[in-house]
Design a protein around this ligand. Structure first.
Ligand code: IPM
Ligand code: MG
Length: 364
């Protein structure tokens, strides 16, 4: 019987509602497959700012480092959103990524056949969409210095720096190629090499590594063109690698291919141990959705898919991960819907009921 330590950071908005279901899913898996998940709940984001004046406390970061995985809800909301605010909820998430060295953000995007109606795109465009976006997560314009705001000659100005070094690019490229090898052997690298120096380095390093993977087809796509191709030929993408900023933007767009942001999980991983596993942070990409917070109608499926990724990448429990993913798929095929994925007139379930429907289907 294996024991796993999970730091649980529900955060703000719908974070707590969906995280509660992720926890129940792990409990259900633990019971069925005889594993023990020990949960340590803590505060992050706006809640932490209110309680402690910081978006994450140092002891929370230390607890994260000691755990097997972090289950993360969402951070942010209108209450903390002023552009002049000295601390921002998002800093909690950024500190976790950076301090834990989680440089690879895996964002799988699949169009479930039963949910094609939920996307604003035509079903025939969506058929066969199954891609994995790997976003670089600990460098680029998010962390480059200087990052500053100042007054010069009586005028306000601000600066961000888009920094990459070759090692940061190379490890993402290798991960992209290796992952493509296990899938459809196609890799798309996204950049803005026609304008940005950091993107030219990105493209150069990816191209240099390509000969090590002759069985993988590599295409370079400029990020502006990528936003078009994502809606014109989404099924043509297999593995996509992108820097921190471009990866952030294109995955919100790609989430619409899956019908709803409420369907998309993500895993943030660092350099893995020899056994291929490592500490990871698992977070749905939908964010805190303050407009529906507290109503019990948020879609828990992204979070349940996050827990499947947690089982796979941090616990090495592949069979359990698949059991959970199959249960999610069955619930969707059986017509169960939260409001965000319902067609007009379809009966909808709340967060708890939807999660129950999935848990009932584990191993069924
Ligand atoms: C994401 C989010 C975050 C990001 C925010 C909340 C800091 O948009 O995970 O995609 O920009 O990385
Ligand atoms: Mg984002």
């Amino acid at each position: 019987m294996a024991t796993f330590d999970i730091l649980v950071l529900p955060g703000d908005g719908i974070g707590p509602e969906v995280t509660a279901e992720g926890r129940r899913a792990l409990e259900a898996i633990g019971e069925r497959f005889e594993h023990v998940f020990r949960f340590t709940p803590d505060t992050v984001g706006g809640g932490a700012i209110d309680a402690y004046g910081v978006a994450i406390r140092p002891e929370t970061l230390e607890a994260a480092k000691r755990s097997d995985a972090v289950l993360f809800g969402a951070v942010g909301g209108p209450k903390w959103d002023s552009p002049r605010a000295p601390v921002r909820p998002e800093q909690g998430l950024l500190a976790l990524r950076r301090e834990l060295g989680l440089w690879a953000n895996l964002r799988p995007v699949k169009a479930e056949p039963a949910l094609l109606h939920a996307s604003p795109l035509r079903p025939e465009v969506l058929e066969g969409v199954d891609m994995l976006v790997i976003r670089e997560l600990t460098s680029g314009i998010y962390f480059g210095t200087p990052q500053a705001r100042r007054v010069v000659n009586g005028r306000r100005e601000a600066v961000d720096t888009d920094y990459y070094n070759e090692e940061e690019v190379a490890r993402v490229a290798h991960l992209g190629f290796r992952t493509a090898r296990e899938r459809r052997r196609h890799l798309t690298s996204v950049d803005k090499a026609n304008v940005l120096a950091s993107s030219r380095l990105w493209r150069e390093v990816v191209s240099e590594i390509a000969p090590e993977y002759p069985d993988v087809t590599l295409e370079h796509v400029l990020v502006d063109a990528m936003t078009m191709h994502l809606i014109r030929r989404p099924a043509s993408f297999d593995v996509v690698i992108a820097d921190n900023m471009f990866g952030d933007i294109i995955t919100d767009e790609a989430s619409m291919l899956g019908g709803s942001m409420g369907m998309l999980p993500s895993a943030s991983l660092g350099t893995l141990r020899e056994d291929g596993l490592g500490l990871g942070l698992y977070e749905p990409i939908h964010g805190s959705a303050p407009d529906i917070a507290g109503k019990g109608i948020a879609n828990p499926l992204a979070m349940l898919l996050c827990t499947a990724m947690l089982l796979r990448h941090s616990c090495g429990l592949e069979e359990e991960a698949r059991a959970l993913e199959r249960a999610v798929q069955r619930a969707v095929e059986d017509g169960l819907r939260t409001p965000d994925i319902a067609a007009k007139g379809e009966r909808t379930l709340g967060t708890r009921e939807m999660a129950d429907a999935v848990l009932e289907r584990i191993g069924g």
